[in-house]
Design a protein around this ligand. Structure first.
Ligand SMILES: Nc1ncnc2c1ncn2[C@@H]1O[C@H](COP(=O)(O)OP(=O)(O)O)[C@@H](O)[C@H]1O
Ligand SMILES: [Mg+2]
Length: 404
């Protein structure tokens, strides 16, 4: 099994120019690459990078492919550019996307007792569920749902679900009928995900379906409300699985009752079952009404909340201080949070279309550009909302059914 955090990553320095984007600082690092805060003119963005070791195992290429398909959804970052560079004689993939604030994992750890208030926990969990709904509607599984893969996007007050390198399509066209159908389960799919949050089926290396993303979302939700999971300090994946079996419904009995209802639904889902999203979204709506939680209310980490001044306003109270990390320390290194993403079979994502091999001019600081694509960096976050939604949905669907 390969541990994701052991992978060498391109290290860029503050002020360095990478393909026209200036590095401002490092935001995080985990699986296969590092993520940097970059700027270009008025645009502030996030740049994710990985070395191209083998053509067959490029998670960033898959991530770009999926993110392009998800441009219609407000719960996914805008994709500004995706390129292949030669940097210090090595091939490097980069992608540039919307810049988020701290991931939800860090925002939670900054709270007293490391849990959000009920109001914030409920609304964040609801947003992740909506993001998963959008992804599943597009025929795609995430396979590593957790709070460190959700960023808080201040301009839209939304969460963005990122880290799409392990995504996989679960629909296939039936050659006989030409209709879409769920893929057959593979006998052993290898382990993909994060031990702390994955379903018990993923522990057993069973092929994952929509239910597995929902299990990971349920555990993430329980941690938002409770501050920890019973296996938070357990490193042995086998023992984590045993504890998950043992605790069964007790964990969710400690969350609002609507979560418990959803848990009861998720627990009876089979590998290829279609989750009852209308029911789950309605349960959340009921919960928000019952607990009198309103959209205009501030989240725990926003100015005006009871916690803001004490825990969030002063960045020095952040346990992984952003101001002192620039470029040397990995902020959200998975190892330091016990939330290591692991994959025993990296190459089980669908082959993504090749990044076009177009040699471009104007490479920055020793980086030779090999690919130039996608949106102009001037695109605004809110550009053509409705049109993009319709066009994107169409395109995503066409790709899934193989018309494109
Ligand atoms: N768009 C983004 N905006 C801000 N921070 C980000 C963004 N994408 C990733 N990060 C930060 O980088 C970390 C690692 O990125 P992620 O995409 O999860 O890659 P990995 O595969 O390395 O886990 C995240 O946990 C988060 O802290
Ligand atoms: Mg991640």
């Amino acid at each position: 099994m390969s541990s994701s955090s052991s992978c060498a990553k391109p290290e860029f320095q503050s002020g360095q120019d990478v393909s026209g984007y200036t590095i401002v600082g490092k935001l995080g690092s985990g699986g296969f690459g590092a993520v940097y805060h970059v700027k270009k003119d008025a645009l502030q963005a996030a740049l994710k990078t990985e070395f191209v070791v083998k053509e067959s195992s490029q998670t960033l290429k898959n991530e770009v492919h999926i993110l392009r398909l998800m441009q219609w959804s407000p719960h996914f970052c805008r994709l500004y550019a995706a390129k292949r560079l030669t940097w210090q004689d090595q091939k490097v993939n980069i992608m540039v996307m919307s810049l988020c604030g701290r991931p939800l994992s860090r925002l939670r750890r900054m709270m007293p007792q490391r849990h959000f208030t009920r109001e914030t926990a409920a609304r964040l969990s609801f947003m992740i569920l909506k993001a998963l709904h959008d992804l599943h509607q597009s025929g795609i599984l995430h396979r590593d749902v957790k709070a460190s893969n959700c960023g808080w996007h201040e301009p839209t007050r939304q969460i963005m679900l990122f880290d799409l390198g392990f995504c996989r399509k679960f629909l296939d066209k039936d050659p006989k009928t030409g209709k879409l159908k769920h893929r057959e389960a593979r006998k052993s799919a290898g382990f993909i995900g994060t031990s702390k949050f994955c379903s018990v089926y993923a522990h057993d290396e069973k092929d994952q379906g929509r239910r597995d993303d929902l299990w990971a979302w349920l555990y993430t939700t329980a941690e938002f409300f409770l501050g920890s999971l019973p296996w938070s300090n357990e490193d042995n994946s086998h023992l984590v699985s045993t504890q998950k079996h043992k605790i069964s419904n007790k964990l969710f009995l400690r969350c609002p009752r609507e979560i418990y209802t959803i848990f009861n639904h998720v627990k009876q889902l089979k590998f290829d079952s279609c989750p009852d999203y209308p029911m789950m979204l309605k349960e959340f709506q009921n919960m928000l009404t019952r607990l009198q939680i309103f959209d205009e209310e501030v989240f725990d980490f926003e100015p005006g909340s009871a916690y803001y001044e004490q825990y969030y306003a002063n960045r020095q109270t952040d346990s992984e201080c952003e101001d002192c990390q620039m470029l040397t320390t990995d902020l959200e290194t998975s190892a330091s949070t016990g939330e290591q993403t692991k994959a025993s079979r990296i190459v089980d994502v669908d082959p993504a279309p090749a990044l076009n091999e177009v040699v471009g001019a104007g490479a920055g600081a020793g980086a030779q550009e090999a690919v130039i694509t996608l949106n102009s960096s001037k695109s605004s976050e809110k550009d053509g909302g409705v049109q993009r939604l319709a066009a994107g949905l169409n395109r995503a669907f066409n790709r899934i059914i193989g018309n494109e």
